[in-house]
Design a protein around this ligand. Structure first.
Ligand code: ADP
Ligand code: ZN
Length: 292
């Protein structure tokens, strides 16, 4: 079985084909430019691949309400040509196969649940910490949607006592993304996040903010695994700092033996940097069985 997958990111599109075991067999990537032209490039890639279904994990915000007239549209983005763009409709019309469609982070959470770090679990959270912060929510064996979809990158966080940085979020200033995404780190310290030394004070502050959000998420959703991906999480020294701070925040209140072994609870993606594409593939695999 050959299934198509698109990781539709705000800066680049990754298209690939894979099989029902979650193995990627071929891929290409190109920059995300104007909506029609970019989507057409993806369509052209799949045209001779004989795919049975397609999975798409897309940047958003997206309309994921299947009863809505604008289901499958990208909604309010400032990206040229993308606001109110019918991404799902365009792909379905051109490729004529079942399409599984969700946010990029929900796709990654789903991929991790099917083939990665949360295999065989019925819940997990997937955080990407990069240019922005997004959170995919898989709960009770399903990806969570609601009014729209979770926007866990923008939750409020308590300020670190030594931090006076105003935050970069144009909506909320000092929400999680405004304090802890790559550009916030860069602006706070006056140099790019990827150039900061492993023992720089930045990472303790970074871990504080991520631990704030993760603590709230554990209390609210009780996920069985928390997976942290994205460029910033290549700073692997963050993991022990985050685990320690989350434990401190919870202070023994949540009674689960799983939390006694934090190094297996808060983890990097089992699929590595492929979480997004394999997640999209998993959505495509699901779309085949939904049709059956
Ligand atoms: P995107 O979110 O655009 O898909 P990334 O996940 O690579 O892409 O995130 C890019 C952001 O992450 C940039 O702000 C960059 O400074 C930061 N970043 C990327 N790699 C690293 C790294 N190794 N260490 C720290 N920050 C990084
Ligand atoms: Zn915000």
């Amino acid at each position: 079985m050959i299934i198509g997958a698109i990781e539709a990111g705000g800066t680049k599109f990754v298209c690939g084909i894979g099989n029902e075991h979650g193995e990627i067999l071929d891929r290409i990537s190109f920059p995300t430019e104007e909506a029609q032209a970019t989507t057409q490039k993806a369509v052209d890639y799949f045209k001779d691949k004989n795919i049975e279904a397609l999975g798409v994990g897309s940047f958003g915000p997206l309309d994921l309400d299947i009863n809505s007239k604008t289901y499958g549209h990208v909604t309010t983005t400032p990206k040229p040509g993308w606001a109110n763009y019918d991404l799902l409709g365009h792909l379905k019309k051109e490729l004529d196969v079942p399409v599984g469609f969700d946010t990029d982070v929900n796709a990654a959470a789903f991929g991790e649940a099917r083939f990665g770090a949360a295999q065989d679990l019925d819940s997990c959270l997937y955080y990407t910490v990069g240019t922005g912060i997004g959170v995919g929510v898989y709960a009770g064996g399903q990806l969570v949607h609601g009014l729209v979809h979770p926007e866990g990158g923008h939750v409020p966080v308590r300020r670190h006592p030594d931090d006076t940085f105003e935050g970069t979020c144009p909506y909320h200033h000092d929400c999680l993304e405004g304090m802890a995404a790559g550009p916030a780190i860069g602006k706070r310290w006056g140099q790019s996040a990827d150039g900061l030394a492993e023992d720089h004070a930045a990472w303790k502050i970074e871990a504080h903010y991520l631990a704030e959000a993760i603590t709230s998420a554990i209390l609210l959703l009780s996920p069985k695994k928390i997976i942290l991906g994205g460029g910033v999480m290549h700073q692997t020294q963050l993991f022990p700092l985050i685990r320690e701070q989350v434990s401190k925040n919870l202070n023994g209140y949540v009674a689960s033996s799983v939390l006694e072994n934090m190094s297996e609870y808060i983890v990097s993606p089992g699929l590595g940097d492929n979480a997004g594409l394999v997640g999209s593939l998993a959505l495509g695999i699901e779309a085949v069985s939904d049709r059956a």
